[in-house]
Design a protein around this ligand. Structure first.
Ligand SMILES: Cc1ncc(COP(=O)(O)O)c(C=O)c1O
Length: 401
């Protein structure tokens, strides 16, 4: 502690739950790992990033002296448009490179700032609501709390295919909702929203006039079928009102250090978001934009990357079979195992197997009904190479058996 008085800081900071990784460190403090430590708690892709990144840094080194434009270069926006069109089979003329796409320096910050952009202040009546799946990527919670909205966690349990049950949201909540975060493929459960599900949630956003922030960062990491995206639904409808999607090269190209992603969708939101970002956001450096354009234009490396994950899910299936509620995650690269008591299992796995995993309840919160949908689960990140992953999973299975 620095001894600074609390009045110096935003009180809302105190309302944030502790971030999962310091909580994990505290849980395991003083416990010795039983074997050589292996970190499978963090979703940080360890596959070799494509060589074109390094090559682009040399090729475009002369661009380091330029301040990058906040809305990205036309070349990058064109490459992103090309990817969106291919990946989601969008009709010609739907995506306008300049009006519908905004490159961002990784989606984490954008997921936070979208709340600043769309949550109204000083409105009469109760606080605006932000709806989010529970468990969730922690930034959604930060975005809601720090922008003085009421966070409404929606349980995403096995019973609801690990997605929020849209039928359970009452009309008053929908009316007060200004922002709804949905993640598909979902971190941590790997669940994928169906076409019907997306049609329903987009219709809700348009009817109740809230923004649907679709976090599709894992869109290119999938097991069998390419997950449907919100823009595909918009294409069928012929409009993108109230919808904004978030995409990243962190997972697609195994380059979380690049800090490169984009948002796309409703041009009204994109325009306001761009205006907001000129006051506060890090822009993507020019050589990184050039590298990013090459990465979005190339699908071969993303396909190879996907194959590497699929092979690891095969190994996980061999090892876990039908134990611990194992299922093949349709998307993403996490296992979400039902272990009964998440913290006890996490400690046991560390002490006996030397593997760090994360307790599910550190990625979720207890809702108004006293239910914490993460409590029975642990999340395991399959981010290492195949053999390291096999070794880690074997050790985890032994410790849990
Ligand atoms: C669900 C989800 N959304 C967004 C992000 C942010 O990714 P980035 O800021 O690297 O684009 C992550 C990173 O782990 C994530 O898991």
């Amino acid at each position: 502690m620095t001894g600074m008085p609390n009045a110096m800081f935003s009180q809302r900071l105190d309302q944030l739950p502790a971030y999962p990784f310091p909580r994990l460190a505290a849980l395991l403090e003083g416990l010795e790992p039983g074997k050589t430590p292996l970190v499978m708690s963090i979703g940080e892709p360890q596959h070799e990033p494509p060589a074109m990144i390094t090559e682009a840094m040399v090729k475009y080194a002369s661009l380091w002296h330029k301040y990058p434009p906040g809305n990205g270069t036309p070349e990058l926006r064109s490459a992103i448009k090309g990817w969106l069109d291919r990946r989601y089979n969008l009709p010609d003329g739907m995506i306008d490179r300049d009006a519908h796409i905004l490159p961002v320096a990784g989606t984490r910050e954008a997921l936070y700032l979208i709340a600043t952009c769309v949550i109204p202040q000083d409105q009469p009546g109760p606080k605006p609501k932000v709806l989010l799946p529970n468990p969730f990527y922690q930034v959604y919670c930060g975005a809601a709390v720090l922008n003085d909205a009421e966070m409404v966690p929606l349980a995403a349990d096995p019973e609801t295919d690990f997605l929020p049950d849209l039928d359970q949201i009452d009309i008053e909540t929908l009316k007060a909702c200004r922002l709804f975060f949905l993640c598909s493929p979902a971190n941590p459960q790997g669940s994928v929203a169906s076409r019907d599900y997306l049609e329903r949630i987009i219709a809700m956003a348009q009817e109740h006039d809230f923004v649907l922030a679709m976090d599709e960062c894992y869109a290119d990491i999938y097991d069998r079928e390419a997950p449907v995206g919100a823009l595909e639904i918009c294409a069928a409808q012929g409009r993108m009102d109230n919808v904004i999607v978030f995409h990243s090269l962190s997972k697609r190209s195994s380059a979380p250090g690049l800090r490169s992603g984009f948002v796309a969708g409703d041009p009204v939101i994109i325009k306001r978001f761009n205006a907001l970002r000129s006051y506060c956001s890090a822009t993507v450096p020019m050589p990184i934009m050039a590298a990013s354009a090459e990465l979005w234009a190339d699908d071969a490396h993303a396909s190879e990357n996907r194959d590497l994950y699929r092979a690891k899910i095969d190994v996980a299936q061999e090892i876990f079979g039908n134990r611990f509620g194992f299922y093949r995650p349709p998307g993403g690269f996490f296992l979400w195992l039902d272990v009964g008591d998440d913290e006890a299992a996490t400690k046991k796995i560390w002490v006996e197997a030397g593997v760090k995993v994360i307790p599910g309840s550190y990625l979720s919160i207890t809702d108004a009904d006293g239910n914490n949908p993460g409590k029975r689960f642990i999340r395991i990140a399959l981010v290492h190479d195949l053999e390291t992953t096999r070794e880690g999973l074997r050790r985890i299975a032994d410790a849990l058996s």
